[in-house]
Design a protein around this ligand. Structure first.
Ligand code: AFD
Ligand code: MN
Ligand code: MN
Length: 413
C-alpha cells in the first residue's frame, strides 16, 4: 500500500471519526499506549499430540526468544514484554538476560510456573500438584512456585500466573472438596511468598488434560480461591478456556464489577482450548470484550492499568512470528473499534429499553474500518506501516533459518 493511499484513507476516516465525536489524535495515543505481552512459548511452531512440524529458525534459548520478541516490538510497536515459563526459561546468566532485554526495550511480564509435567523433580505430578493427596508432592509444587517468584524477582517481573492442570479422569477418582482445599492452602503459601507489589493471576479451564473434573474449572471457582488469598490475587481470563458459546464478555464485566480481573490470555477457538490466532474466528466477541473493558474502566469498576494483557496461542501450520503479528493487529483493531462506541448513547438505549438502538450503537463502531488508524498509530510510534509485508519482503524467516538452523526447536507447549 502506498503512503499516499494510507494518507487518503486516514483523512477520510478522521472525518468519519469527527462526526462520531472522536478525536483522531486521542485515539492514536490510546492505541499506541496499549501493549500486549508475548509468551516465550509462542515463538516456536506449536504441535498437537499427533505431531509437530518445525518451520526452522525457531529460538534455541532465552536470548533468541528475546531477540524474536525484540523484532516483533520493532515492527509492530504493540508489544514490550515477555512472559517466561519455568523451568523452560531459567536464565543461565540473569544479569546478561536483563541487559539483553533492556537493550531490546523488553520487560518481564508475569512468570508462569509449570506443575503440569514432570521434568526431573523428585516426585511426580501424575496425580496432581497443588491438589495432590500426598503432602510432600504438594510441598514440592509450592516450592517450585516460590522458586519461580525468586527468578521473577531477579528479572523485575511483578506477577505469577498459575495454571493448574490438576483434576481427575474418572468419577470417584478424586475427592472434590479435599482437592479444592489442598489447592487453596497451597496457593495461600505461594501468595504469602510473593513480594507486596506482585499479583497472582489464577487461570481456570473447564477440561484438558483431565476430562472428568478439573480443580479450577471456571471463573467462579477461581474467584472463590482468590477471595481467600487476598486483594492481589485475581482471575485470569484465557479466551480459550470456556465451553462453546460461553458469554465471555459477561464474565469480564462481572469480574471487573468485583475488582477481580487479573488480565487476559488472548487467543481464539472454535471448540475448546484451540489456541488459534486471536481474532481469526470470533472478532465480534473480541470487540464485545473490549467494550466491557472500556466501559468497566470508564465507570470506575476496575482500574484499566491493573489489567494485564498477553497472547497465549500456538499453532502448527503458521510461522509463529507471522501469527503474532496478525494477533497483535487483531487485538489493536478490536480495542480501537471498542473505543469508538458512543457510550453515552448506549447507556441511554439501555436505560430506555431501546434494543434496536443499542445494537446500532455497537455495530456502528464495529463496522468502522479502523485499519488506517491502527496503522497510523504504529507509524507514529516508529513501527512498520505493514509489518507482515516487511517480514516477508525482508525474508526474515529465511535469515533466521540461516542463523539458527533448520531443526531448531523452542521448548514450549
Ligand atoms: C496451557 C494452558 C494455559 C496456560 C499455558 C501456559 O491451557 O493456557 O496459560 O498452558 O502454562 O496452554
Ligand atoms: Mn493460558
Ligand atoms: Mn490454554
Amino acid at each position: 500500500m502506498s503512503t499516499d493511499f494510507h494518507q487518503r484513507s486516514l483523512s477520510l476516516l478522521s472525518e468519519q471519526l469527527a462526526e462520531m465525536g472522536k478525536s483522531t489524535a486521542e485515539l492514536i495515543s490510546q492505541i499506541s499506549a496499549f501493549q500486549i505481552a508475548v509468551p516465550s512459548w509462542a515463538l516456536g511452531a506449536g504441535g498437537t499430540r499427533f505431531g509437530r512440524f518445525s518451520i526452522g529458525g525457531e529460538p534455541r534459548n532465552l536470548e533468541e526468544k528475546l531477540e524474536d520478541i525484540g523484532l516483533l516490538a520493532k515492527l509492530t510497536k504493540r508489544t514490550d514484554a515477555v512472559s517466561l515459563h519455568i523451568p523452560w526459561d531459567i536464565p543461565k546468566d540473569t544479569q546478561a538476560i536483563k541487559e539483553k532485554a533492556s537493550s531490546l526495550g523488553i520487560s518481564f511480564d508475569a512468570m508462569n510456573s509449570n506443575t503440569f509435567q514432570d521434568y526431573g523433580q523428585a516426585l511426580t505430578y501424575k496425580m496432581g500438584s497443588l491438589s495432590n493427596a500426598d503432602a510432600a508432592t504438594r510441598k514440592q509444587a509450592v516450592e517450585h512456585n516460590l522458586q519461580v517468584i525468586e527468578i521473577g524477582k531477579s528479572l523485575g517481573s511483578k506477577g505469577l500466573t498459575v495454571w493448574l492442570a490438576d483434576g481427575s479422569n474418572f468419577p470417584g477418582q478424586a475427592h472434590f472438596r479435599k482437592a479444592l482445599e489442598w489447592t487453596t492452602d497451597s496457593l495461600k503459601e505461594i501468595y504469602g511468598g510473593m513480594p507486596g507489589d506482585w499479583k497472582l493471576l489464577l487461570e481456570y479451564k473447564p477440561y484438558e488434560p483431565n476430562f472428568y473434573h478439573t480443580v479450577i474449572p471456571d471463573w467462579g471457582t477461581s474467584s472463590l480461591i482468590c477471595r481467600q488469598l487476598g486483594d492481589r490475587a485475581k482471575v485470569l481470563v484465557d479466551l480459550g478456556h470456556h465451553l462453546p458459546n460461553t458469554n465471555i464478555e459477561q464474565i469480564v464485566a462481572t469480574l471487573m464489577h468485583q475488582n477481580l480481573l487479573a488480565g487476559f490470555h488472548f487467543n481464539d477457538s472454535k471448540y475448546g482450548d484451540d489456541d488459534l490466532s486471536t481474532g481469526s474466528i470470533k472478532p465480534y466477541q473480541l470487540f464485545l470484550i473490549f467494550c466491557e473493558l472500556i466501559g468497566g474502566a470508564a465507570d470506575g469498576a476496575q482500574n484499566w492499568n491493573s489489567i494485564s494483557w498477553m497472547i497465549d496461542a500456538s499453532h502448527n501450520t503458521k510461522d509463529p512470528l507471522e501469527d503474532l503479528i496478525q494477533a497483535l493487529e487483531a487485538i489493536s483493531q478490536a480495542y480501537a473499534k471498542a473505543l469508538l462506541v458512543d457510550r453515552e448513547k448506549l447507556t441511554h438505549c439501555q436505560l430506555s429499553g431501546d434494543t434496536v438502538g443499542a445494537q446500532a450503537v455497537l455495530q456502528e463502531a464495529f463496522l468502522t474500518d479502523v485499519r488506517a488508524l491502527v496503522r497510523e498509530a504504529r507509524i507514529q510510534s516508529g513501527g512498520e506501516p505493514n509489518p507482515l509485508a516487511f517480514y516477508r519482503r525482508e525474508k526474515i524467516r529465511e535469515k533466521l533459518i540461516a542463523q539458527r538452523g533448520k531443526n531448531a526447536q523452542a521448548s514450549g507447549l
